[in-house]
Design a protein around this ligand. Sequence first.
Ligand SMILES: Cc1ncc(COP(=O)(O)O)c(C=O)c1O
Length: 331
Amino acid sequence: MEASVSLDLPTRILQARQRIEPYVRRTHLEYSPGLSKLADGCEVYIKLESEQITGSFKARGAFNKMLMLAERGPEFKEKGVITASSGNHGLGCLAACKRTGIPLTVYCQKHVDAGKRNSLEEQGATVVLYGEDCVDAELEARRTANLSGVEYISPYNDYDIIAGQGTISVEILEQLPEVDAILVSVGGGGLIGGIARYAKQVKPSIKIIGCSPEKSKVMHASVIAKKLIYEESFDTLSDGTAGSIEENSVTFEICRDYVDEWMLVTEEQIGKAVVFMAQTHHKIVEGSAGVSLGAYMFNAARFKGQKVAIVSCGSNISVRSLQDLLNKYVK
Ligand SMILES: Cc1ncc(COP(=O)(O)O)c(C=O)c1O
C-alpha cells in the first residue's frame, strides 16, 4: 500500500501544483555569480524559497494538505486540526488554515525558536509546548489528535505534505531544465523526498544531494544504517532541520532510494553561508538554508562544470541571531 502511494507521488506532486498555485509564490531561481565562480565552469542558481509566503517552503505542503481537507468536508472547520512543528511548518499551516477556515493547534518542543513561537501565537494559533525534541512534540500531538478524533498533520510523514514540497522540483525543472544537481537541506525528509521523487522521475540523470548539519543528521545516519535510527542531536544554527524522526516515517524509503549523495556541514560553514547571502545577495536566510548553501560553498569543486540549484529553504531567523553571525563572520 505504502509503496504504491509512493510510486504515484510524481502525479500527486503535479496535482498539488495545480491546487496550491493560487495561494503560494512561484519563487525566483536566482543566478549566483559569487557561488558560480567557486568551481570551474559551474553555474549556480538559488531557489529562493526563503522568499516564499510565511518565510519558508513549508507553505506549499501545508496549503496542499488543508485545501484537500477543506475539499473533503466541513468537519475540519468545526474540529480543527493538530500539528507539530519546529516553527516553519506551523506558520505554513496557519496561513493555509486561515484561508480554509480551519482552526489550528501547534505542538512545539520546549526549546522552539522564540521568534517562530511568537509569530504563531500573534497570528492566532494555539501553541502547546511539549518535550525536549521535535519528535516528542510530534508523538504527543499525534496521541492527542487520535484521542480526540482530530486530524493530525505531520510536518513530513504525510504524502500530501511531501507532494506539496515536491512542487519546488516542478518549478526548478521548468526554470532550469539543464540542471545537473539539486542541493537540499534535510530534516524529516519531506522537502528532499518530494523534490527527489519528482526530479528523478522526470530526469533520471539528475543528482539529488542531501545536506545536514554535523550536529543533527538523523536521516543521513539512518540511510547509512539502512533503517530509521535514533541518534542524539545537538544544538545547531539549523533549528528547522534539527531533531529526531518519527518511527516508520514514509520519508525514509524515499530518501534511501532517491537521494544520491549526502553532505555534512559544520556550524561555522552554516553561519558563513547565512552571511554570504546577506553580503552578496542582500537576502536574509535562516540557518537551515545555510546548510544547503554551505554544503555547496565548502564542496564546490565537486560540482565543477555543472549547473546546480540550491534550495534556500527559509528566512525565519531572529534579528539577534543574524546580528551575532554578522558580528562573527563579516570581514
Ligand atoms: C527552513 C527549513 N528548511 C528545511 C526543513 C527540513 O524539512 P523536512 O523536515 O521536510 O526535511 C525545515 C523543516 O522544518 C525547515 O523549516
